[in-house]
Structure formats: structure tokens, C-alpha cells
Design a protein around this ligand. Structure first.
Ligand code: UD1
Length: 366
């Protein structure tokens, strides 16, 4: 098939998702691959390329500016030039980051059809519940990208319903979750490795694995203090790979010293994908505000605490495997004691999301 697909990614979760796709996509399609450079630290980007065997991008836009408006404009100018030069038949974007929306909007302005993977997820923070605008940056990225897309590929059944309610004009399909496929593949290859625990002096099921990086938490001194207070009461070690945003904010708030002082809290640099899989898989519970890690905790059948007030992944909460705690100390500590549910319903597909995604892309292009 002599059709050209322009793929745009640029953040840590997008490297992970793209890792499961590129080989299959490239079998039949001429792919041009752009990294926006939204994430630029070595351990937020390069390490994923080497570990997951992601091909070298055809273009890197180095648009990792701290100001999201500068970030958006740099990405859009860069993607526009690439579209003008390469004249793709469609643009492929994933997830809900600033890179996703910058890509979709630039394609739409050039009348290039957009294929959006992981479409239809919603937190419903303000949108539809009250009035626009959304308070969560990812939510406005999702809503706008979905309404600009010609093909909307959904990771969950709930997302299908969300899109139907919004009278979306594009073609909506259910694929299941490609991150789940990737996890199953790595597990089958024996790459979930208990030995990783030795690097951090941890033992199986005897520690909590934690990540916090969402603006709702990191941009509030009050919330971060409350999380710290809850952590001080935890009964086991907490391994906390720390996102650059979180570190910076804790330093700005003069909380870094207090976090560092907690004897059972281990603050480490962000870890690679395989390390994260292993550390999450063998943990007792996962404490996070990352939608990706929250989903992964469910794949592992490891109970989790979701440190946020809303989530796109409400089915995990309904299943009882994840408890949405906000940042309240008592709620967090209560959730930590909760028993593991018996049932574990299938929420993220049957491990064929990659196949279905590639098939949908091919069909559209042909
Ligand atoms: C972004 C995504 C979020 C995703 C997360 C995964 C948006 C709106 N948010 O959030 O959906 O879950 O990635 O990590 O796109 N920074 C560094 N080094 C880096 C990357 C970022 O220092 O490698 C700094 C930036 O300069 C900025 C802050 O961290 O000050 C936030 O980075 P940004 O890319 O805006 O968003 P994330 O919080 O990473």
C-alpha cells in the first residue's frame, strides 16, 4: 500500500504506546514519524527509545518548552512544515497530551484527516457536568482532538458511549487498549523481572510503588503537604520515581527537604518502562495520579490508590481495584487498608488491540 501516515508523539506515555505499534504499521504503510520533544530529559524520553526499540524519528521538533503556549506554537509550526513537505494521507496521534492536540489541530487546518487512538476518554471534570472550559489540560486536549478526528479508536467500551453522547461525526471503533497488549507481550517474554527489586533494596509485595505528577497535585502546596502527611503514616516502604515537574514544585514549595527526610520514602529518578512494569507488578499497592499507571495496576491485579478527584478510568474504581482518594489524609489511609476484590472483569480488551488498530488505519488509508 503506497499511502503515507504521519505519526506524531512526544511524551513518555506516548513512547510506550507507540512501541507496540510501529512494526505492524510499517509493514504496509509508509510512515513518517515525528517526535515533538515535549519530554526531553534523558530518562523521560531517550531511555524509552533504547529499551523499547523505537525507530529514530524522521523529525524531532525540540518543543519541550516550559510554557505550554510556546510549546503548542513550536509544535504546530513544525508539524505544518512537515505536512506541507510530505503531504500525508492521514495523521495519527495518540492519547491526550499537548502533542496530541497540536498535531490534530495542525492536520485539520491542512485538511489532513486525523486518526486518534485512545479516543473518547473523559474525566467529566466540568465538561458536560457543568460547562466548558475543562479544568484538566488533558480533558480539553481530548475533547478538541476527538471533534477534529475522522477515525476514533477507543481503548475502552465506556469511551464508545462517551463519543456517541457527543454526536461525534468521525468513524468510531473499539480496539481495546494497546498498552495492555504491550504488557501481555512483555510478560510472555519474561521481561517482568523480580531482580529489579534488588536495585532498590525491596522485597516482593512488601512496598508501595508511587508516582505523582499531575498539575492538580503538584501545583498545590496544600495537596502536596497532605500527601506527605499521609505518606508519613504508611506502614511499608514507598518507592517514588519523581517526575521533573514534581521535584521542581516541591523545591518551590520548600517541601523537598521534608519529603527527603521521611525514612521509608525512597525518592529516585524516573524509571524506564520495563523497570516500571516490574516495580509495579511486584508491589503491594500502587499509589498514583497517572492514568497510565492506574491502568497498569489493573492489568497486574495490584490494588491501587488514585490520588485525584476525577478519572477517565472510572471502571477501575467501580471494579473496586482502584480507590479514588483525592489528597485527603484520612481517605488515603483508609483506602490503604481496603481489601482486594474477588472479581477482576475484563476492562481493556483481549490483547488484540494492536491488530485492530493497524487494521483500522489500513482500511481508512485504502
Ligand atoms: C505530560 C502530559 C500528561 C502525561 C505526562 C506523562 C500534557 C498536558 N500532559 O504531562 O498527560 O500524563 O506528560 O509524563 O501534555 N519537564 C522536564 N523534563 C522533561 C519533561 C518535562 O523538566 O523531560 C518539565 C517541563 O519543562 C514542565 C513540566 O516538566 O515544566 C511539565 O512537563 P509537560 O510536558 O508540560 O507535562 P507533563 O507534566 O509531563
Amino acid at each position: 500500500m503506497n499511502r503515507t501516515l504521519l505519526t506524531v508523539i512526544g511524551t513518555r506515555p506516548q513512547y510506550v504506546k507507540y512501541a507496540s505499534l510501529h512494526k505492524e504499521v510499517r509493514k504496509d504503510i509508509n510512515e513518517i514519524f515525528v517526535d515533538t520533544g515535549q519530554h526531553y530529559d534523558q530518562n523521560m524520553s531517550e531511555v524509552f527509545y533504547s529499551e523499547l526499540g523505537i525507530p529514530i524519528p524522521d523529525y524531532n521538533l525540540s518543543a519541550g518548552d516550559k510554557d505550554p503556549f510556546v510549546q503548542f506554537s513550536q509544535m504546530m509550526i513544525g508539524i505544518n512544515e512537515i505536512i506541507k513537505e510530505s503531504k500525508p494521507d492521514a495523521l495519527f496521534c495518540l492519547g491526550d497530551t499537548n502533542s496530541t492536540l497540536a498535531a490534530a489541530l495542525t492536520a485539520a487546518k491542512n485538511q489532513v484527516p486525523v486518526i486518534h487512538l485512545e479516543a473518547g476518554e473523559r474525566n467529566f471534570d466540568n465538561y458536560l457536568v457543568k460547562v466548558l472550559p475543562c479544568t484538566i489540560p488533558e480533558e480539553s486536549n481530548r475533547v478538541a482532538t476527538d471533534h477534529l478526528s475522522s477515525v476514533l479508536l477507543c481503548a475502552s467500551k465506556r469511551a464508545l458511549g462517551n463519543l456517541e453522547n457527543e454526536s461525534i461525526s468521525g468513524k468510531i471503533e473499539y480496539t481495546g487498549d494497546i498498552m495492555y497488549d504491550l504488557f501481555l507481550g512483555k510478560k510472555e517474554q519474561g521481561l517482568i523481572d523480580k531482580n529489579v527489586l534488588n536495585n532498590y533494596d525491596l522485597t516482593e509485595k512488601n512496598y508501595y510503588f508511587c508516582t505523582i505528577h499531575r498539575a492538580i497535585n503538584t501545583d498545590s502546596r496544600e495537596r502536596m503537604s497532605s500527601i506527605l502527611e499521609a505518606f508519613s503514616e504508611f506502614d511499608k516502604q514507598i518507592l517514588f520515581p519523581i517526575h521533573p515537574r514534581t521535584r521542581k514544585r516541591l523545591q518551590d514549595f520548600d517541601l523537598w527537604g521534608l519529603f527527603e527526610k521521611l525514612p521509608h520514602l525512597k525518592l529516585v529518578e524516573p524509571v524506564s518502562y520495563l523497570e516500571s512494569l516490574s516495580l509495579g507488578f511486584y508491589s503491594r499497592k500502587i499509589i498514583t495520579d497517572s492514568g497510565g499507571l492506574f491502568r497498569e495496576s489493573y492489568y497486574y491485579s495490584v490494588p491501587s490508590l488514585y490520588i485525584d478527584d476525577t478519572t477517565a478510568w472510572i471502571d477501575i474504581v467501580k471494579s473496586g481495584w482502584g480507590v479514588m482518594t483525592g489528597s485527603n489524609v484520612e481517605t488515603i489511609l483508609e483506602a490503604l487498608k481496603k481489601k482486594t476484590p474477588e472479581k477482576h472483569p475484563d476492562l481493556f480488551g483481549d490483547g488484540t488491540a494492536v491488530e485492530k488498530t493497524v487494521e483500522s488505519i489500513k482500511q481508512f488509508l485504502s
